[in-house]
Design a protein around this ligand. Structure first.
Ligand code: NI
Length: 228
């Protein structure tokens, strides 16, 4: 999100009503969760949430990485005064409040609304197969990580950490397959880029042919692995 969007949405969020964050936690996570949230059906949460989802649908890197089928309407949390969220795994299935619609949480997302220097602590710490990742991004930036990961939020000891958080059900449930598709997609895009940048007369018919072949393989793997 750009700086203007972040400023406008943040002002709306800060003026909204905030409640105890345990309202959306499962039993284990409720025992380690200490933060504030905007109620799920609050009009500001719905409006800013819809703008986030619309921005993601136009974001090619998000679409390539998540291969999204359903995006849970974003929720909003705030940590201040030493608040934290201890180690947990997100619930596997979430019902969208007020509907019969349930989504499987394949990917978790956190979008930051405060600049890192505005608060002390508040790192999102994700333990995945590649080790421990610490995330504290600039306002307007988002991290996407596998919902199978254990994770926690470090205590915020100065200032306030304001974020949107939500989940994505992917068309490709398996992290390994989704990662292979993402890597293949990125490689094809690099190849297409170098084909497009070839000087007149320097075009390589082999590169063109390989790009077409790899694009075919990408789509055929999606056909094998995707649910729609
Ligand atoms: Ni979580």
């Amino acid at each position: 999100m750009n700086a203007d969007q972040v400023r406008e949405f943040r002002a709306q969020l800060e003026a909204a009503e905030w409640v105890d964050g345990r309202v959306t936690a499962g039993r284990q996570s409720a025992s380690v969760k200490d933060n504030a949230q905007i109620p799920e059906n609050h009009p500001v949460a719905r409006e800013v949430g819809a703008a986030i989802v619309a921005a993601l649908e136009r974001h090619p890197l998000f679409v390539a990485a998540a291969l999204p089928m359903h995006v849970f309407p974003p929720l909003f949390n705030r940590y201040a005064g030493g608040q934290s969220f201890g180690t947990h795994v997100d619930n596997a299935i979430r019902q969208i409040t007020g509907t019969n619609h349930r989504i499987r949480t394949d990917l978790s997302a956190t979008l930051f609304f405060a600049e890192p220097e505005e608060y002390e602590g508040g790192e999102l710490v994700v333990e995945d197969t590649y080790g421990v990742q610490e995330v504290k991004f600039p306002a307007g930036s988002m991290v996407l990580y596998p919902s199978t990961s254990l994770h926690h939020v470090r205590p915020v000891t100065r200032g306030a950490r304001l974020c949107a958080f939500f989940w994505i059900q992917s068309m490709v449930r398996d992290d390994v397959r989704r990662t292979l598709l993402f890597d293949l997609d990125m490689a094809i895009q690099q190849l297409n880029q170098s084909v497009a940048e070839a000087a007149p007369g320097q075009e390589s018919p082999i590169c063109n042919g390989v790009a077409v072949q790899l694009t075919g393989i990408y789509h055929n793997l999606i056909r094998q692995w995707a649910e729609v």
